[in-house]
Design a binder for this molecule. Structure first.
Ligand SMILES: NC(=O)c1ccc[n+]([C@@H]2O[C@H](COP(=O)([O-])OP(=O)(O)OC[C@H]3O[C@@H](n4cnc5c(N)ncnc54)[C@H](O)[C@@H]3O)[C@@H](O)[C@H]2O)c1
Length: 457
């Protein structure tokens, strides 16, 4: 045996004993890199939060969090491919295979080497597969307002989740075509369409998560509150149907003004006698997504590492990114915090103006909402480390509803994370106090609306 090969074998033995890795997990393929997010958010990820910013890590920590480690073995072409034929979804699904014939060791030696590794590799690979394959549990998700600007791309993203078995698309019009189109994607979930009030109840039967992007979006010059008169009624009607047909479901409210539509939904559910505050969420994920993007750009950070908690509400100054609490910890120059805060607060308006009358944020919103859906499904599926920001019933401040980081579990909100509001900077303290009157007024407006028009029980 030549010296080089003997050294090579020794290295292999050392590396093999050092890790519990199936020896096939060595050089990740680009395909694997693209599933990094899925892997990173896999249920086995120990002690790493599914943070607002999508967590941190990278490929190495993704794999090590699954009990794996990446070894450096240049030129060897063992590869890790997504298992599922076609798209593997937002959740991890992986399988190990190896293509070692082109290795510098040569075909025969490689075969012998592989043989010596084979039993252990097979066993470990099976264990790995068991951990990362789609779970047996799968969920029904309904999107109400599914034919709209947000509804359509959101439905597409949800269709890609291996945790979803059925996707119910409801709208007052145009949803048949959306469902027909989407149903041709070769992902496991079944797509069903429901049009108009007569089909609303059926769209909600046995549903686990209901997402509501129904309603009108802003036009240039409008505030979110200007949408109140139309959207308040839409949300009220839809949530009444949720109360009647799937009162146990997680309810994600996207329709604006979220600061008011969530209190409306809470009041409707209360009147129906089925209110569970742990299961009602205002979707503020887009504020976190934007904050992460803008801060990473400004500070030249790897996006995947950035996590900015955003608290308060979802409109203008009620959107409060807590830059002093972001991960990684970053120092800002004078004026930078204020500038970034305003950029995050006005990001929705920037899109409304750029679209010049053709609507508000739809694609980034769909992306953010899909992330929140996936987090909810992971929580329902039993993952123990799911954290997101959301606008929920809260005791963190004197306001009855407040957006903050929450821990999600099988029964909804498991904990409201209070630590983010402790030790704020002077700027953040002032901004927090400044947002309270506006948020309070929006909450009261929503509650008053719902109380004035009681539901039929
Ligand atoms: N939470 C957020 O961060 C966020 C971000 C962007 C937009 N939004 C809000 O989301 C909502 C939807 O925005 P969009 O751009 O998708 O609007 P859109 O007009 O493109 O789509 C709305 C859809 O809702 C449907 N709809 C209307 N009334 C309905 C009802 N009673 N039942 C079922 N469906 C109904 C419409 O037919 C349409 O298909 C708006 O209120 C917008 O302000 C929220």
């Amino acid at each position: 045996m030549c010296v080089r090969e003997s050294r090579r074998r020794k290295e292999v033995e050392v590396e093999k004993s050092r890790s519990n890795v199936p020896s096939s997990v060595i050089n990740p393929s680009p395909a694997l890199v693209s599933t990094n997010q899925s892997l990173r958010e896999s249920p086995q990820r120990p002690r790493r939060q599914a943070r607002g910013g999508g967590g941190g890590g990278g490929l190495r920590s993704s794999l090590s969090s699954c009990g794996l480690d990446i070894l450096r073995w240049p030129q060897q072409q063992w590869q890790l491919f997504p298992l599922v034929q076609g798209f593997s979804g937002l959740k991890a699904a992986g399988s190990v295979s190896c293509q070692s014939e082109t290795s510098f060791l040569g075909k025969e030696r490689n075969a012998a080497l592989r043989e010596s590794f084979a039993p252990e590799a097979r066993e470990q690979s099976q264990r790995f597969r068991n951990r990362l394959q789609p779970r047996a549990s799968s969920f029904k998700v309904a999107v109400l307002g599914a034919a709209g600007g947000i509804g359509q791309p959101l439905a597409l993203l949800i269709k890609m989740s291996p945790l979803v078995s059925a996707l119910h698309l409801y709208d007052i019009a145009n949803v048949k075509g959306v469902a027909a189109d989407l149903s041709h994607c070769n992902t496991p979930s079944q797509v069903l369409d429901f049009t108009g009030p007569s089909e609303l109840a059926n769209s909600l039967k046995d549903v686990d998560v209901v997402v509501i992007p129904a309603g009108v979006p802003r036009k240039p010059g409008m505030t979110r509150d200007d949408l109140f008169n139309i959207n308040a009624n839409i949300v009220k009607t839809l949530v009444e149907a949720v109360a009647d047909n799937c009162p146990e479901a997680f309810i994600h409210i996207i329709s604006n003004p979220v600061n008011s539509t969530v209190p409306i939904a809470a009041e409707v559910l209360k009147q129906k006698g089925v209110y569970d505050p742990k299961k009602l969420f205002g979707v503020t994920t887009l504020d976190v997504v934007r904050a992460n993007t803008f801060v990473a750009e400004r500070k030249n950070l790897k996006l995947i590492d950035v996590d900015v908690p955003v608290v308060g509400g979802h409109s203008g100054i009620t959107i409060l990114p807590l830059l002093s609490k972001m991960k990684p910890s970053v120092s800002f120059l004078d004026g930078e915090v204020e500038e970034l805060t305003m950029k995050i607060q006005n990001a929705g308006t920037e899109v409304v103006e750029a679209k010049a009358g053709a609507g508000s944020a739809t694609l980034s919103m769909a992306y953010a909402a899909a992330r929140f859906v996936e987090s909810s499904l992971r929580a329902l599926d039993g993952d123990g480390d799911v954290y997101e920001c959301s606008y929920v019933q809260s005791e963190l401040t004197e306001l009855p509803f407040f957006a903050s980081r929450i821990k999600l579990g099988k029964k909804g909100v498991e904990a409201v994370i209070s630590a983010d509001l402790q030790g704020l900077t002077e700027y953040e303290e002032k901004a927090l106090e400044a947002l309270k009157p506006e948020l309070k007024a929006s909450i009261e407006k929503g509650l008053a609306f719902a109380q004035k028009q009681p539901v039929t029980v």
